[in-house]
Design a protein around this ligand. Structure first.
Ligand code: ADP
Length: 545
């Protein structure tokens, strides 16, 4: 017979994070490159006070209640940070929308979520004006600025955030309620079909933040200065807006400008030690650093994920700038921390070449999540780092289904979530993503990893971005082709890059053709849009039947 434990059972609340930071790290700063231009700085104490005013505003002025959705179209700023806490803290659901999606997807998402209010940055006023005829359910539009910066707009009943906050009291007691209540909502980009909503809870958010704050995960402490470059609308800024207050660490928010100059300037002037972004953002930073001859002095470590980190990028970060790269694999559906390439003693003891090989993979599981990797018949693949299989995840910060039941039942009968990624797993427990299952290249019944080839190609000094997709081939069903965006100003031929790959990959992995282009299409989260490339190059080798 079990007996109940005698410990307190406080619900885990998102408001606990900001309350903790305000109480025990009250002087710690949050610095923002504001959308209006200048740097804005204040403390956790002031942030909490304004989040309380915001909670009062939502309740008293707009009648927002538990479970109501409150939308944002906003960048990485202190006002968005206040919304993270004010909205979830009072019991409503913060719905962050990615403003870089196709316009019809933005309105689809806002309508699907049934957002009652929409808080938007001045940058997105023209977008919302265009979408207005489709946004019938939104009751009020609140512009995230002060009176002096309110833009001319045709939006009806627009309100000014700073004016509204100023009129509210900062007296508010954060309520405690069921920790399993929904706290926030984030849609996946929906590269196929409509975007689907992942509905986080207070419990999942806190447990995810605790896991991310472990030393063996992001490896952070109160001594770090954290700058999430991954936007707050992309899988909650990878959890950092929650992890930083949990640690009491200084937070730097880069606002609208993610260009190399602003990023370098913030790192240097604010002493940023830790950051995170998708690889494409760091390609821009490198370009700026090379042109300007500047360095990223205080930056010690950066987390990179969202798509595979080219080995050349990790090496350049370490060898030229002294920055350690921590690769992370995750999804909106996993809050997003999935696996992370933090070392183990066993891996560090390997000979250099082997160690580098392992450390360059997406990473290993941390306590709290579990993974399985299976063949088509459901049996587990060999842990030999060679066999490919489907990756499944399970744990308290993994989704159990999509908002309003889109896509129906997604878990298998044992509660595993299918990630749609194809991976290998090695004896050290490190997984390596070889492809998204829909991007896998099947040539003569064998699989070719597009990511491996791309990684090698970007190792060529004249290559900025590389994409490999499978296209129709009359004999082999599919063959890989390579599409290259060169470093600006560099002359590069297809033959040159194919020559560079020779001997580095198996002969039958060699792309059948290489194309040099000015632009590679990217998704709203900065990943290569393979679906578009496959369409563009569908008859590159032979006309499909
Ligand atoms: P979106 O498609 O909206 O950008 P996500 O950010 O949730 O949505 O995308 C998750 C997917 O991104 C994963 O399933 C995986 O295919 C890819 N991904 C994430 N991190 C990595 C990584 N480190 N290496 C390779 N692929 C990655």
């Amino acid at each position: 017979m079990t007996i109940a434990g005698l410990m307190q059972e406080n619900d885990l609340m998102i408001s606990d994070l900001i309350r903790y930071a305000a109480r025990y790290h009250g002087q710690q700063e949050i610095v923002t490159r504001s959308v209006e231009g200048p740097l804005h700085r204040y403390t956790y104490r002031e942030a909490e006070s304004r989040a309380r005013r915001l909670a009062n505003l939502l309740i008293n002025r707009f009648g927002i209640g538990h479970g109501d959705r409150v939308g944002t179209l906003a960048l990485t700023t202190y006002r968005h940070f206040e919304l993270f806490y004010g909205v979830s803290g009072m019991g409503a659901v913060l719905h962050t929308t990615n403003p870089r999606l196709f316009e019809e997807q933005v309105s689809y998402i806002i309508n699907h979520a049934e957002d009652r209010l929409l808080f938007l940055d001045i940058d997105f006023v023209p977008l919302v004006e265009r979408l207005l005829p489709d946004l019938g359910r939104v009751e009020k539009f609140i512009i995230l600025t002060d009176r002096d910066h309110m833009p001319e707009t045709s939006l009806p009943d627009v309100l000014c955030y700073e004016e509204l906050l100023a009129a509210e009291s900062a007296e508010y007691d954060w309520p405690a309620f069921d920790e399993k209540s929904a706290s926030s909502l984030c849609y996946t980009s929906g590269t196929t079909g409509n975007p689907k909503g992942v509905l986080y809870s207070h419990r999942s958010t806190i447990i995810h933040a605790l896991a991310a704050a472990q030393n063996s995960a992001y490896g952070l402490s109160v001594f770090d200065v954290i700058m999430p470059i991954a936007p707050m609308y992309h899988a909650n800024g990878w959890g950092l807006p929650y992890v930083a207050p949990m640690l009491g660490a200084k937070l730097v928010l880069p606002g609208a400008k993610l260009d190399g100059e602003n990023i370098q300037d913030l790192i240097e002037s604010e002493g940023v030690t830790f950051s995170c972004a998708v690889p494409t953002v760091f390609s821009m930073l490198f370009q700026y650093l090379e042109e300007s001859g500047k360095k990223v002095g205080p930056l010690k470590k950066t987390m990179i994920g969202g798509s595979a980190v080219p080995r050349a990028m990790s090496q350049k970060f370490l060898n030229t700038y002294g920055v350690t790269v921590l690769q992370i694999w995750g999804m909106t559906e996993t809050s997003p921390l999935g696996v992370i390439a933090s070392p183990t003693p066993q891996v560090l003891a390997l000979p250099a070449a082997e160690r580098e090989e392992v450390m360059n993979k997406q990473g290993r599981i941390q306590f709290g999540l579990d993974i399985k990797v299976t063949r088509e018949d459901g049996s587990p693949i060999a842990r030999d780092g060679v066999e490919f299989g489907d990756l499944w995840v399970r744990g308290p910060w993994v989704t159990s289904g999509y908002f309003r039941d889109e896509g129906g039942r997604v878990l298998d009968e044992d509660g595993w979530f299918p990630t749609g990624d194809v991976v290998t797993i090695d004896p050290y427990g490190f997984i390596k993503i070889t492809d998204r299952s829909k991007d896998v290249i099947k040539s003569g019944g064998e699989w070719i990893s597009s990511i491996d080839i791309e990684n090698l190609a970007v190792g060529h000094p004249k290559v900025l971005q590389a994409a490999v997709v499978g296209v129709y081939h009359p004999k082999w069903e599919e063959r890989p082709i390579l599409v290259i965006k060169p470093v600006p100003g560099q002359n590069l031929t297809g033959a040159e890059i194919l020559d560079f790959l020779k001997g580095k990959i198996a002969k039958w992995w060699m792309p059948d053709a290489a194309f040099i282009v000015d632009e590679i299409p990217l998704t709203a989260t900065g990943k290569i849009k393979k679906i578009t490339l496959r369409e563009q190059y569908r008859d590159a080798l032979a006309p499909p039947p």
